[in-house]
Write a protein that binds this ligand. Sequence first.
Ligand code: NAP
Length: 363
Amino acid sequence: MSAQKRMKGRVPVAVLGATGAVGQTFIRLLQGHPLFEVTEVAASERSAGKRYRDAMNWHEGGVPDAVGDLTVRTCDPGAVGAKIVFSALDASVAGEVEQAFASAGAIVLSNARNHRMDPDVPLVIPEVNADHLAVIDVQRKNRGWEGAIITNANCASTTAAVALAPLHQAFGAREAVITTMQAVSGAGYPGVASLDILGSVIPYIGGEEEKIEREIAKMLGRLHGGHVVHAPLTISAHANRVPVEHGHTACISVRFEKPVTPEEAKEVLLAWRGQEVCWGLPSAPALPLVLRQEPDRPQARRDVYTGLGMSTVVGRVRSDPLMHLRLVALSHNTVRGAAGGSILNAEVLGRMGRLPGVAEGAW
Ligand code: NAP
């Protein structure tokens, strides 16, 4: 039975940072969502008090009617009443604001970097590590709050982590070199100046390589006694900004515990469906990983909306003269790598009975 048929009413949610690039993707993806209804939007003092449709340059088609007339609020638990809060806040403010909401009893689904590496905060791509959500029990005990902060990964870490997860589970990845080509929408709006990026490749994205190097080992780690033991995987990352609108591409060379052939790797990638708790949820793609066999795929222009932007597309799986394997992965940065990933995290929490007002098994 579909989740839509089972639900009597939708659960109210708020979007913090609703005026930004990721915030707008949240609003688009949550339009007509069968389980969640956006009842509040919030952003900075610059936007607060305006009608949502007048508060920003909108980039996602038409502003949904149901949200366009909402008044933008400040990002303060006194001003926002929803107990499920999606955060697309700038990292300069996300840390404290998200803590304030969790402390006020809200479940905060964050896209910001601030809390990702906190040992008691789960960093989750649910098909890869939904079981890590159990860490919120430790978080509540440590911090003495009723709410919780759940993070999803940096958008480029997400691309590479989904491609590596099935291979790591099957063969034990130990070292990887990851070179990314990241879309301009990954820098938010207005982001990189057009005169800097058109016709160019910028070989530096501040803080990005460090995030890729540390976040993937956490997500590929295993849960032990309520804590995540990071995977013994060392990563060397190169992050580049390229003149692509949406979609981060990652070229990955990887060494495993012992040699793996391209045929063995392809068999594993083709069979992978991710953790079962995600299956059939509204935002879960039928295939979290789509393997392309053509020699020139994936390509951002052609493949970024595979699975409505929620599938990671992998191709060019071949042997590597230095490491064991090489491959290329692509995923949509503001969908799979941000808003869509957060929404799927919330859907999984609901199915687990870990969202206020949603009984376990109801979804
Ligand atoms: P963005 O376009 O710059 O949007 C930032 C949002 O934060 C806006 O809604 C802005 O509101 C709000 N904000 C800024 N300062 C604030 C303040 N002092 N108080 C309250 N709200 C404030 O950035 P983005 O690309 O959407 O990224 C949002 C978050 O997601 C960041 O933490 C980013 O690292 C992360 N992320 C982004 C991507 C991506 O592909 N873009 C992927 C994964 C994760 P105003 O409009 O009112 O200024």
